[in-house]
Design a protein around this ligand. Structure first.
Ligand code: SF4
Length: 708
């Protein structure tokens, strides 16, 4: 950052949930470099995405004008074309024409077919203010709770278990607290790739003697720092975790005082794990019984044991059960409610915590207040001065199913507004999802690029990249942090907050937010009222002044609570509720026709569906092509060398891509990142859902692998 620049603008990284604070260096209206700032989550550090992933904002494929589908151009499931040339399908339009069409048609569908026939997907990439306003638009303008976002694909199962068990879906302890832990259990997470700066705190702790236990079917980089690595068989999480709980009970290592004073339902948990001894589970999960016992003992007796987990835990049909086991493990050992312990579901997107907090989910209003709770319902009807639906709406995958429902279904989804999400890449079983998108009577897509999803749109609204607007985001540590506008949007592109308000006006809503940056501070302050139980003390002015404020924070002089559940859990009776879990197999197991297990995920350089990072020149240069990873033994068996092209096929689709040797990938499995449109991993994945979190099973389905 030593070069001459016109201005330096303090903001926050737009990629992962770690929430690194950074500074944009701007010269001649172009971001020329990014520096790390001394934020509480990063202390000047940035990973390769934060440091080099910025020039997507200046990419020539940015959308700069509203687009309208040309008359007579049909929608079909194979509609996706070259994002640099959309002119055979769309024509440019003025904002007035595009907004009249976008909002007018949504309004017409609502008035003709009823409130249940519209749905909205917001985004965990947008600000808290955008998330809040988007869900308010759907609830008060569309008239139903059919609003969701990619949390459904991410930690929905973890949140379901946490709300049930401890009464709050957020983390109990912050990442930096690993420095106070004696043991860190990293399970179903590849932090070096997906939360890189958070991973540095874990590695630093290991260097000072903290024991890292990596439990994952796929051994990743953090394994190099691990005291013990438990490479359990894919899909055997519950077996392994129940065996650890069994060991703690069997060897008399329970924290009896904690269980008596602070937990409920312990007897049921204890009875349930009877059949799950380490010896009985060892052959199922592929870990020696003595190793399971050794790790369980260390977990129970260390000065503090902290669990950090990712999608490897959550993205299963038993994702909620997996998280229930984690809650039970910290509870039987008393490893929660104190520094260096507790539960930390590592949040993926930069604002998935905040977007969920703000109510961008179909069963809950802001701050996880249930839509079907009569008191909550009445409060929000009064607050928003509008009648509200008191039935939970549909979730992401359910909305796609409902788009394909017969005409006679009064809940058939006919119109959608999608802001900053890319379900034509991120949903499971993409052929089905794309077919659903193509079947909509009316689709409005708001984004910065011609995403795969935008090809199914009737109207495409050009929005702002993160450095082009001001707003707050909430990281994995419950820190609310401020992003500031460093650039103006290109051409006629507009801030998302402005576009949402324009659509609201066309739906007949009488909103009138005032002030600079599209009234962002006023929107925030309204949201703060709706969430006063946790963020009463976090005013807009305070975030501006302090850069980062941790909640719960109940008054202006409350410094915020980095560790929660010290005295009581957030449940009604103040106790953690223990919920027994039994083994439920994956929805689709390998067989002779599809003998391999597909595991999808991410890689360090590319973010989710790739729309931003693959247009960031440095990141694209480091990882330019789609790859699959398999271990050396499997490559030999198939007669393959690293660098060969393979075809991976499931019952739902197939992709061709280059194979890479990775001996951390277990025998019998293939790992594919989902960021590559030319080999979209989600063409293969299974849309089977966890019954509680409604999350799809991205981490397990059956595939065949062939050379060529
Ligand atoms: Fe951005 Fe996450 Fe990297 Fe930090 S760790 S720079 S928040 S992507």
């Amino acid at each position: 950052g030593s070069q001459e620049v016109d201005r330096k603008v303090d903001s926050v990284c737009p990629f992962c949930g770690v929430g690194c604070l950074l500074t944009y260096n701007v010269k001649d209206e172009v971001i020329v470099s990014v520096d790390g700032r001394d934020g509480p989550a990063n202390h000047d550090r940035l990973c390769v995405k934060g440091r080099f992933g910025f020039d997507y904002a200046h990419h020539p494929q940015r959308l700069t004008k509203p687009l309208i589908r040309k008359a007579g151009v049909p929608k079909d499931a194979d509609a996706i074309g070259d994002p640099a040339d959309w002119s055979s399908v769309f024509r440019e339009a003025t904002w007035e024409e595009a907004l009249e069409l976008a909002g007018g048609k949504l309004r017409q569908l609502r008035d003709t077919h009823g409130h249940k026939t519209l749905a909205g997907f917001g985004s965990a990439k947008g600000s808290n203010e955008e998330a809040y306003l988007f869900q308010k638009l759907v609830r008060t303008g569309f008239g139903s709770n059919n609003v969701d976002h990619c949390t459904r694909l991410c930690h929905a199962s973890s949140v379901a278990a946490l709300l049930e068990g401890v009464g709050s879906g957020a983390v109990s302890n912050q990442v930096g607290d690993v420095e106070n832990a004696g043991l860190i259990l990293v399970i179903g997470s590849n932090p070096t790739a997906n939360h890189p700066v958070a991973a540095t705190w874990m590695k630093n702790a290991a260097k000072r003697g903290t024991k890292i236990v990596l439990a994952d079917p796929r051994v990743t980089d953090i394994g190099r720092y691990a005291w013990r690595t438990l490479q359990f068989r894919p899909d055997t999480d519950v077996a392994l975790l129940n065996a650890m709980i069994h060991t703690v009970i069997d060897e008399g290592l329970v924290d009896a005082d904690f269980l008596t004073r602070r937990a409920s339902n312990y007897e049921a948990l204890k009875a349930n794990v009877q059949g799950y001894s380490a010896e009985a589970m060892a052959p199922i999960c592929g870990i020696p019984a003595e190793t399971i016992r050794e790790v369980a003992r260390e977990f129970a007796t260390s000065k503090g044991s902290m669990i950090l987990w990712g999608m490897g835990v959550s993205q299963h049909v038993h994702g909620t059960d997996n998280a229930r086991c984690l809650i039970a493990l910290v509870s039987v050992t008393g490893q929660i409610g104190k520094p260096g312990s507790g539960l930390h579901p590592l949040r993926g997107q930069n604002n998935v915590q905040g977007a969920s907090d703000a109510g961008l989910i179909p069963m809950m209003l802001p701050n996880y207040q249930r839509v079907d709770d009569p008191g909550v319902h009445a409060w929000f009807e009064n607050f928003w001065e509008t009648p509200l639906d008191d039935k939970p709406g549909y979730t992401v995958v359910e909305i796609m199913h409902k788009a394909l429902a017969p005409d006679s279904d009064p809940h058939k989804i006919r119109g959608m507004y999608i802001m900053g999400e890319n379900p034509a890449m991120s949903d499971p079983d993409l052929n089905h999802a794309r077919h659903a998108l193509a079947s909509l009577d009316h689709l409005v897509v708001q984004d910065i690029f011609m995403t795969e999803t935008a090809w199914y749109a009737d109207v495409v609204l050009p929005a702002s990249a993160w450095p082009e607007k001001t707003g707050t985001v909430t990281n994995t540590d419950r820190m609310i942090q401020m992003g500031r506008r460093a650039l103006n949007p290109p051409g006629d592109a507009k801030p998302d907050l402005w576009i949402i308000q324009q659509i609201a006006a066309r739906m007949g809503l009488p909103w009138n937010y005032q002030g600079p940056e599209c009234g962002v501070a006023e929107v925030y302050e309204e949201m703060r009222q709706a969430m006063s139980a946790v963020i009463e003390g976090v005013t807009w002015e305070r975030i501006e002044r302090e850069q980062s404020v941790t909640y719960p924070c109940l008054s202006e002089d409350d410094p915020g609570q980095p560790t929660v559940f010290i005295d009581a859990f957030a449940t009604n009776d103040g106790r953690v509720k223990l919920v027994p879990a039994d083994i439920i197999p994956a929805d689709e197991r390998p067989d002779t026709e599809y003998p391999f297990v597909l595991i999808t995920g991410r890689q360090l350089e590319h973010w989710h569906t790739g729309s931003m990072t693959r247009r960031a020149s440095v990141l694209d240069a480091i990882e330019p092509i789609a790859t699959a990873s398999m271990n050396g033994g499997d490559l030999r068996k198939l007669g393959l060398d690293a660098g060969d092209v393979i075809t991976v096929k499931s019952r739902r689709g197939e992709v061709a891509l280059t194979v890479r040797r990775d001996d951390g990938t277990p025998t019998g499995a293939v790992f594919i990142p989902f960021a590559y449109y030319e080999a979209a991993a989600n063409l293969l994945t299974n849309a089977a859902l966890d019954p509680f979190g409604k999350i799809p099973e991205f981490k397990y389905c059956a595939v065949d692998v062939r050379p060529g």
